[in-house]
Ligand binder design. Structure first.
Ligand SMILES: [Zn+2]
Length: 110
């Protein structure tokens, strides 16, 4: 019986960095993309299990970038997630603060 096995790499975008970097390749200033590249063991072209993971940070425009340690990659994302939550909280608070004013003016109109 013929068994076909091999490996295949798959990328998963994890997010973008909080701070912007100037790309050394294209000179654009942008938030970098953080992604994980996993190599999968495949059996009949079907991925069965991953056997290695590497983390990268790349320019979203030209894809120039470098490899990161896992912890460094997660740190870059962690800051972004915290900032995003803070922005969402502030937006929700601003919305709540604005709502009574609208109701107030409707009441005045009647
Ligand atoms: Zn670039």
């Amino acid at each position: 019986m013929l068994i076909i096995w091999g490996s295949r790499s798959m990328d998963k975008t994890l997010g973008e960095t909080q701070r912007s970097y100037q790309c050394q390749h294209c000179n654009n200033v942008n938030r970098y993309r953080v992604f994980r590249r996993r190599n999968w063991f495949t059996l009949f072209w079907i991925p069965i299990f991953p056997f290695s993971s590497k983390y990268y940070i790349t320019c979203p425009i030209c894809n120039f970038g470098s490899k990161l340690k896992k912890q460094d990659a997660l740190d870059q994302l962690q800051v972004a997630t915290e900032m995003q939550q803070q922005i969402q909280t502030e937006a929700a608070e601003a919305q709540q603060a604005a709502t009574p004013e609208i109701q107030q003016s409707e009441t005045d109109a009647q």
